[in-house]
Design a protein around this ligand. Sequence first.
Ligand code: ADP
Ligand code: ASP
Ligand code: MG
Length: 411
Amino acid sequence: MIVQKYGGSSVSTAEKMRAVAEKVVRTKRQGHPVVVVVSAMGDSTDTLLELARQMGSRLSPRELDMLLSTGETVSAALLCLAIQSLGERAVSLSAGQCGIITNDVHSNARILEVRAGRIKKELARDAIVVVPGFQGVTAQHEITTLGRGGSDTSAVAIAAALEAESCDIYTDVKGVYSADPRVVPQAVALGELGAGEMQELAWHGAQVLKAEAVEFATTNGIAVAVRPAFADDPGTLISPEPGESSVYRPHRAEVAGVTGRKDLVRISLHASALNGAQRDEIFAALSKYDLIFGGLNGAGEASELFISNLEIPDPEVFAAEFAQRFNGAVELSGELGAVSLVGFGLGSRPAALLDALRVLEEGKVPLVKSFTGRESLTFVIPRPLVDESVRRLHRVFVESHEPVSQLNVSL
Ligand code: ADP
Ligand code: ASP
Ligand code: MG
């Protein structure tokens, strides 16, 4: 059983769509049952979102999902037509027909269950099954979407439901790199990566794979391969064991990758907002967003939470309405981002934290806040300085052959 996922850039034109169809058909003719998950063509999700914004400012999340989910439907039907014209039996299904059941959080829904009966029936008829990524349906048959990059999650969830051992994610780069190769030309492609590190890289902004997809893969013991769509290359293998990693890291043993994100919104909660009914109301208003970082302080101290603006259809309207509703208790600030260093066990090493702080200070990057994770160190900084800071950290922690003088200081 082979589950393949093709991202938007791999099906951005009719020609590429036909090339993907040929690849799918080749796999089928090697004797494998094949399920293909496909994303919307090129930037069409962005185009749809932009069109929606031209309709007004208070956009209904339900209607946005009705709209955005169509991009993947178009791709699935077109890919199916291309496969059929190569002489293979193929069928495209909607998320509802595939039984991809989600919760009811529009624009950022979570898959609860995949009822794969129909997919299995089609496979038994010897058809190639083409599934639109990113879409789901609630138990009440409402259409949902899984958050940006959500086709990765669809692919791994379907692989899990079909008890496949692996899932191939085809994209526009050779695999997972030590940093986004578009930002850091010196980034190196990683042959293998532990799921724990991949999850941290993804969570902290490496868009090549969605963090939730890695989480599903780990839970279900699925090996994920990230591969180039149009080249013969094994790409990056992500082993399902959370801690295991045998990455080739030429220079710095502890850092697998550096990543950046430019989507943070800081929610500052005044001490007065952390008690009683208003606290509950604020948290109810935040409940449909993922908290990226942050936490609450005790005993009447102000606190900070960070969420992603990618989950908010219209961030400016959200900020204005939120601040007005909780007047005086809450402040929102945008224009923030973060850079992270990811590596097995890295988050528990004070020396690494200090070294990274020094590198940022040298670059005169004002630090807003830092966080440690088990396998990561993260620095919240102004959004315009994210790319340059990723390059700076990559230079020191991945490219440099010489130990940095301050590294491994004993504390
Ligand atoms: P797809 O359309 O196939 O889903 P995405 O645009 O979502 O593709 O993800 C691929 C992109 O992710 C690459 O073009 C690359 O610029 C970016 N990227 C960010 N971080 C990394 C990384 N560490 N390794 C590889 N690619 C990365
Ligand atoms: N088309 C959706 C997006 O652009 C989902 C995906 O590509 O994975 O985010
Ligand atoms: Mg993607």
